[in-house]
Design a protein around this ligand. Sequence first.
Ligand SMILES: [Fe+2]
Length: 226
Amino acid sequence: MLRRLNILLLEVGGDIVDGVGIYPEQKEELVIRDIHKQYSKFYEYLSMIPDYIEIIIMPGNHDATRQAEPQPAISEDFVQEYYDDPRIHMTGNPLTAELHGVRVVSYHGRSLDDIISAIPGMSYTKPAKAMLSLLKKRHLSPIYGGRVPLAPENTDYLILEELPEILHMGHVHTFDYLTYRNTLVINSGTFQSQTSFQKKVNLQPTPGKIPVIDLQTLKIVKMEFI
Ligand SMILES: [Fe+2]
C-alpha cells in the first residue's frame, strides 16, 4: 500500500515520545521510563520506513526542548542518530516550508487546548474546527496567559502572515480535516491509545489513523494501521 501511494515525505508533528513525568500517573503507564531510550525506540521505527522517504520532525510539548513557543528543534543531546541520518530534517515548532511546491505551515498544536476551552462549540473530537479558528485569527497561539508558554522573541513567529495551502497540527491525538477556501486544515492524529490523563479530560484519541496527502491535488487518503 505504501509503495503504491508513492509516499515521498513524512512529517511528524511533534510529541515524538511521551516523555517522563508529564502527568501524575504517567510512570505507571510507561513501557520505557528513560527519555533517551524512548527516542532510540522511535528511531528504530523510523529505520523501518523505506529509504526513499524524507522525514521531517518537529517538537511538541512532550519533547526534550524548550517548552516556550516557538520551540527550537529537539536537541542533538537526545537524538544524535536523527541528526546523523541525512534523510531526517529536524525543525523547530512552528515550521513554514514549501514542500514539493506546496506552502505548508506546521504547528504542534498546544494552543488548541486554550482555544477548545475558550470558545463555545469547540471540542477535542473535531480539532479541525478549532484549527480553522486559528487560521481565521491569523495566529497560531492567540491567547496569552493560558496553557501555552510564549517566549518573548523580537519577532512573533506564530503569526500567519501568508495563508498556507496546508495547515498541519497534532497534539490532540485526533484525526480530522476540513477544507477552507484554498487551505487544507488537517490534524494528523496519533499512534498512542487513550492514557489515563486523556480519560480524565474526556479526550478520545483516534490511534493509527493517518492522513496521506497528494501534494498535487491536496486530496487525502486516510490510512488505518490498527
Ligand atoms: Fe502535544
